[in-house]
Design a protein around this ligand. Structure first.
Ligand SMILES: Nc1nc2c(ncn2[C@@H]2O[C@H](COP(=O)(O)OP(=O)(O)OP(=O)(O)O)[C@@H](O)[C@H]2O)c(=O)[nH]1
Ligand SMILES: [Zn+2]
Length: 240
């Protein structure tokens, strides 16, 4: 039996104009857990301390001045603090650890069939422009007897989203994290996201969706397993 969880609320405010998943298969990023990519996330990134928050507030004040704004006018007085706090939240994933997050919620269920949590909504910041990208992740694995608490899959997506990211790396990190904590037969992750740096500025293409995937183990090696995953991702639940 295959387990499928879906957060249908999350899809409500997202366009359904996602590209046909069939077409995405050729573009899949097949990865191994130990693979390094050219993107290497900074190892020096750390959670924002109180001191860094003050520095960030100063930087925001400088930006306001550079824009020709008056940081002392009433509407902007608290803006440096608000922005610094928002950035602190939006990058809070740097201060989380996989072990703490999973909290030993691993259960020996003797289950060896696919588990999929789909439509996990996510909000992240692209590291090139520090503008949001948002969308959803579909996360699946095939256990070797042991399963992980379902919410932990969404928490893993959350931890890696709340950082400065590129979508490809986010996708890969989620897959590798599940492989690391559970050592399952395989992991599959698809992320569909819309980048504000491509909508609000630059090339200005609102409505475009970027789809990335990461496949480990049996999802990489066995096309039937991959097919099953993709058809479950495509299927629209009609429960609610
Ligand atoms: N691969 C990848 N590229 C991204 C992601 N987020 C933003 N980018 C791209 O990063 C690139 C940065 O390109 P640059 O030419 O250095 O910057 P730019 O002049 O602001 O580029 P434009 O967005 O084309 O105006 C752009 O093509 C963005 O679309 C991501 O998650 N993955
Ligand atoms: Zn960007």
């Amino acid at each position: 039996m295959t387990t499928v969880s879906s957060n249908t609320n999350n899809g409500a405010n997202l366009s359904s104009s996602t590209a046909d998943l069939d077409l995405r298969q050729n573009g899949m990023t097949a990865i191994r857990p130990d693979r390094n990519t050219a993107y290497g996330e900074s190892t020096t990134a750390k959670p924002v301390s109180d001191e860094s928050q003050l520095a960030m507030m100063d930087a925001v004040r400088t930006m306001l001045l550079s824009l020709g704004e008056d940081p002392e006018r009433e509407g902007l007085l608290k803006t440096p603090k608000r922005v610094a706090e928002a950035m602190r939240f939006l990058t809070s994933g740097y201060s989380q650890s996989l072990d703490d997050l999973v909290n030993n919620a691993i259960f020996d269920e003797g289950h060896n069939e696919m588990v999929l949590v789909r439509d996990i909504n996510l909000f992240s910041l692209c590291e090139h422009h520090m503008l949001p990208f948002m969308g959803r992740a579909h996360v699946a694995y095939i256990p070797k007897q042991r399963v992980v608490g379902l919410s932990k899959l969404a928490r893993i997506v959350e931890m890696y989203s709340r950082r400065l990211q590129v979508q490809e790396r986010l996708t890969r990190q989620v897959a590798e994290a599940i492989q690391e904590v559970l050592d399952p037969q395989g992991v599959a992750v698809v992320v569909e996201a819309s980048h504000m740096c491509m909508s609000m500025r630059g090339v200005q293409k609102p409505g475009s969706w970027t789809v990335t995937s990461a496949m480990i183990g049996c999802f990489q090696e066995d096309s039937k397993t991959r097919e099953e995953f993709l058809s479950l991702v495509r299927h629209q639940p009609s429960l609610f």
